[in-house]
Design a protein around this ligand. Structure first.
Ligand SMILES: [Zn+2]
Length: 442
């Protein structure tokens, strides 16, 4: 269980009925009230499935109508104002993967369920400092946010009923031929029923609270490695709903701009089935299995838990913050690809598309065992400068680890040649420090 790849998964009913999808004509009918089965119990018959998926136009209208001139100085992560819809902003729900003190991958001393909280907090800070967005986060490392504590407590039975009716409705659609079964390319582990119900509950809450975009945050694991030894896969992947689902096309449009930002500095997962980077999925509850989600939804596996940048105290905080930043920039690209709307701090901050730059380098580096934030910034600078990864290597072979290994030394030599630096071949000496600070310092 400890190092198990712990995906969100669907419950038994889905396995029995296969993986449902709805027909493409369903998208023109999504505003209608779905049918409830004649053989449903009285209790279930009271559940009405209504679909009100967010279109690209809906979400972009929220962005454009948000006040874009006043920047708040503090984060607007205020889950207690969940019911406030008086301001038109893009409403984003961040879901750190797994649960407080439960579930997710573990490796050495680190736990996925805490990494996801740290990344979510960083992302909520970036978004919260931009007045276009209103951010909600489902939990921190110790508990669900008060809104979700109450929701799970008071609405549990209605979540279960809605979950069951949604599953049965989709099964019905398949049985009468109005939906087809998509081919699932990546299999996921199952989750316990209560975990599944909380995931359905998060989706139900998002639908009821006019959420525009939901982002589930995860880190991957490769189940075939020994407990304290890194596995062989690296990289990130973005899961989006099957295109037939009501939130499918909007989700893809947003995922593509996020993917573009993430893929500049980070390798795409080399796991079979994930190598396209954006993967359609029909049975991840998180992103709307059984056509349940109205918001544009994605589940991002940001990397593999054993990747060394996550396992070093000095590099993990900057690596997680950078992934959050690139996600934020990806969202910005969706709304404002040419910076025509962004003003002030947002426009300025985009001078670099990584938080690793600008950076002040002060320490000489010659030891290949060095791993720290300086080296992470060095790799970022070399990447921005076009030398990293070195020729004949790709970013999967030479990811930004913050580790001063062969990839970095070899890229550094090219940088030194370009800057006419001699006598410091492949190490960061005084002349190299000067050139780095001149080009990529403050
Ligand atoms: Zn996970």
């Amino acid at each position: 269980m400890v190092s198990l790849k712990y995906y969100l998964l669907t419950i038994l009913a889905l396995m029995v009925f296969g993986v449902p999808a709805i027909s493409s004509r369903f998208s023109s009918q999504v505003g209608e009230i779905a049918n409830v089965f004649s053989n449903a119990t009285n209790q279930l018959a009271t559940v009405i499935l209504s679909h009100n998926p967010k279109s690209v136009a809906d979400i972009q209208a929220d962005y454009l109508s948000a006040n874009s001139t006043i920047f708040s100085t503090t984060s607007t992560v205020t889950t207690d104002s969940a019911n406030s819809t008086t301001t038109n902003k893009v409403r984003i729900l961040l879901v750190p993967g797994h649960e407080p003190n439960y579930g997710g991958a573990e490796y050495a001393n680190i736990k996925e369920r805490n990494m996801t909280v740290e990344l979510a907090q960083n992302l909520s800070d970036f978004l919260g400092n931009d007045s276009h967005y209103q951010v909600f986060v489902t939990r921190d490392s110790s508990d669900w946010s008060p809104v979700f504590v109450d929701y799970f407590k008071n609405d549990w039975q209605s979540i279960v009923d809605w979950e069951n009716v949604s599953i049965r409705d989709m099964a019905q659609r398949i049985s009468i031929g109005s939906s087809t079964k998509p081919i699932q390319t990546v299999s996921h582990n199952r989750v316990p029923n209560d975990v599944a119900t909380r995931l359905y509950g998060i989706t139900k809450w998002a639908n009821e609270n006019n959420i525009d975009i939901t982002i589930h945050i995860h880190f991957n694991d490769d189940t075939e490695h020994p407990a304290n030894q890194a596995g062989k896969h690296t990289g990130f992947a973005i899961y989006i709903p099957q295109h037939q689902y009501a939130n499918g096309t909007t989700s893809r449009d947003i995922a593509e701009t996020v993917f573009k930002r993430l893929s500049k500095y980070n390798p795409v997962s080399d796991l079979a089935g994930e190598s396209t980077g954006i993967i359609e999925d029909s049975d991840l509850i998180a992103i709307g299995a059984n056509n349940t989600a109205d918001s544009a939804s994605m589940l991002i596996e940001y990397g593999y838990i054993y990747e060394s940048q996550f396992n070093n105290l000095d590099t993990s905080s900057i690596a997680l913050k950078d992934l959050a930043y690139q996600t934020y920039l990806g969202l910005q690209d969706f709304f404002d690809p040419t910076d025509s709307v962004a003003t002030g701090s947002v426009a300025t901050v985009r001078a670099y598309d990584t938080v690793a730059l600008p950076h002040s380098w002060i320490r000489v580096v010659s030891d290949k065992n060095t791993q720290n934030a300086d080296v992470f910034s060095l790799q970022s600078a070399l990447l921005a400068d076009g030398e990293y990864p070195p020729a004949s290597k790709n970013i999967s072979q030479c990811p930004r680890t913050g580790s001063f290994g062969a990839c970095t030394r070899s890229a550094l030599q090219v940088f030194q040649k370009k800057n006419n630096i001699t006598g410091e071949k492949g190490i960061v000496g005084e002349k190299t420090l000067e050139a780095l600070n001149r080009n990529y310092g403050f």
